[in-house]
Design a protein. Structure first.
Length: 156
C-alpha cells in the first residue's frame, strides 16, 4: 500500500499545473467563453502568503489574480478552493512540525466573506484568529461571515 502524502508534499506536487485551457461548451453555460486557468497549488499558497495582518482576501479574488497572471478569462473555482484548503493544512502541518512561520490561511475567506469550515480546526479557530486581527465575525444562519469584509480586502 502506498504511503499517504503529507499536506506539505501535496502543496509541492504541481503535476502539470498551472495550465490554461479553453472553456468547454459544457462549462460555457456558467463561465462564458474564453480560457480557464487551472493553477498550481504553490501559486494559490503564494497569493495567500501575501495577505498582510488586518487584511483579507476571498477565493474569488485569488481566482481573478490567477486569471490576470495567466492571461485567462477565469480562474478555476474548484482547484483554487481545493488548493487553498491544501495550503491551510500544509501551514498547520509546518507549524506543528517546526513552529515555522506559516501561510496566514485564516485571512482567505469563501464567497461573501464566509469562514471556511474545512480549514484546520474549523470555523471557531478561524474566527478567533480573525478577531485577534481586529475583524468582527457574525453568524448568519449556520454560516459565519466577516462583517464588512469588503472594506478589508487586500490588493492582489
Amino acid at each position: 500500500m502506498a504511503k499517504r502524502k503529507s499536506w506539505c508534499e501535496k502543496l509541492e506536487d504541481s503535476k502539470d499545473l498551472p495550465r490554461v485551457e479553453l472553456i468547454t461548451e459544457k462549462m460555457s453555460k456558467r463561465w462564458g467563453t474564453g480560457t480557464i486557468v487551472i493553477p498550481a497549488p504553490k501559486e494559490v499558497d503564494e497569493i495567500m502568503r501575501k495577505i498582510p495582518e488586518g487584511k483579507l482576501t476571498t477565493i474569488n479574488e485569488i481566482r481573478a489574480a490567477l486569471a490576470r497572471k495567466h492571461k485567462a478569462t477565469v480562474g478555476c473555482p474548484i482547484t483554487t478552493g481545493i488548493f487553498a484548503w491544501v495550503a491551510a493544512n500544509a501551514a498547520e502541518e509546518r507549524k506543528q512540525k517546526d513552529g515555522k512561520d506559516t501561510t496566514p490561511y485564516w485571512r482567505t475567506l469563501k464567497t461573501g466573506g464566509e469562514l471556511n469550515e474545512k480549514y484546520p480546526r474549523g470555523v471557531e479557530t478561524q474566527k478567533k484568529l480573525l478577531e485577534r486581527e481586529g475583524h468582527k465575525v457574525i453568524q448568519k444562519g449556520k454560516k459565519h461571515v466577516v462583517l464588512n469584509y469588503e472594506e478589508s480586502l487586500a490588493r492582489i
